[in-house]
Write a protein that binds this ligand. Structure first.
Ligand SMILES: [Mn+2]
Length: 340
């Protein structure tokens, strides 16, 4: 009888989702005490999905679900770190949840408990993905990762993770998916920072395009972004413009309005006929965040969206609401942020 073939289901289009799948595949034998051969490890399939699409997948007992909500079916392994997926009560064996900065970092900790030796590269990778997924940037980090640099001779691990992210954060969803899954299906190095298959694609080209797109976006957003002094909140309502330019730089508003506590952005999502909200607290001043934004997003989704369409972390979150309720949802969000 052939051994079961495993499948890793991870958060698509996301560096932490990518890194989580990477860690699980690379350190599979350490994590699970198995002795799969290189060939068997190679056969592990990788799926990338949006959190809201997970229920549509029929998961099996050979699935490993990472950086995503708990699936309905019993799976081989589940690991997440989002506040909104916090489980109630005791978890079954091989299920893990902890409020860690990143899922990939949490997985590395689990692997370390099972014998993985954290060398310098692994530590640098963990630190970078923790900063990136939990938005723990300093203004200097932002300067390095979101604005063009004089040269790229010595990129920091954090900048390298941004370059990798640029590979599957292009404006072409099909390309993103092909690259995201394709890279993870190849033979992996110790971490993404040193995986030959990733660097063969020359991420710097993708990153430079990304930076150019950030610049176009910043110039365009300057024409309609609004700062509400009384709520200390920046509102970027993309419904006000008929087109978008470039690629969103989600930290720009805090470079432009350093006095802000929160920012809210909203855009119409044609594909789902819904309005997608992103809410965040000032990334450089998280101490100003007095509202549990992940909770707020969940609340908003229950009132104006569908359950499961909203969530996130304490200081950042997202929610999708029905188009006709978008103004009401914005009103509620601003009211809550004002009180907070
Ligand atoms: Mn994550």
């Amino acid at each position: 009888m052939s051994k079961p073939s495993y499948r890793i289901i991870t958060h698509g289009n996301c560096t932490d989702g990518f890194s989580s799948a990477f860690v699980v595949k690379k350190y599979f034998n350490i994590l699970f005490g198995t002795q799969l051969s290189a060939q068997e490890l190679q056969k592990i399939d990788i799926w990338s999905v949006k959190p809201q699409s997970l229920p549509a997948i029929k998961c099996t007992a050979q699935d490993l679900v990472v950086d995503l909500p708990q699936p309905e079916q019993r799976v081989f392994f589940w690991c997440d770190h989002h506040l909104t997926t916090k489980p109630q009560g005791k978890l079954p064996q091989n299920y893990f949840w902890k409020a860690e900065p990143s899922c990939a970092g949490y997985l590395l900790t689990l692997a370390e408990e099972r014998g993985l030796v954290m060398n310098e590269e692994l530590k640098a990778f963990k630190k970078a993905i923790d900063i990136k997924d939990n938005a723990e940037y300093t203004p200097k980090d932002i300067e390095e990762c979101f604005y063009a640099q004089k040269d790229y001779k010595n990129p920091s691990p954090l900048l390298k993770m941004h370059m990798i992210d640029s590979l599957f954060d292009t404006r072409d969803p099909a390309l993103n998916e092909v690259i995201f899954r394709g890279l993870l299906r190849e033979e992996l190095g110790e971490t993404p920072l040193s995986s030959p298959v990733i660097w063969q694609l020359n991420p710097l080209f993708f990153h430079r395009a990304h930076l150019e797109n950030y610049e176009r976006w910043r110039k365009h957003v300057d024409t309609y972004v609004v700062y509400h002094v009384d709520i200390k909140t920046v509102v970027q309502d993309d419904r006000k413009v008929t087109f978008s330019k470039g690629v969103a730089d989600r930290f720009y508003v805090y470079m432009k309005f350093p006095q802000a506590s929160y920012s809210v952005n909203l855009r119409y999502d044609k594909e789902d006929d819904a309005v997608r909200f992103g809410i965040g607290s000032n990334v450089f001043h998280k101490e100003r965040c007095k509202v549990n934004i992940g909770e707020l997003c969940r609340e908003v989704s229950e009132q104006f969206g569908s359950s499961g369409s909203g969530g996130g972390h304490y200081a950042v979150g997202g929610v999708s609401v029905k188009t006709q309720f978008a103004d009401k949802a914005l009103e509620l969000i601003l009211e809550k942020l004002k009180k907070g």
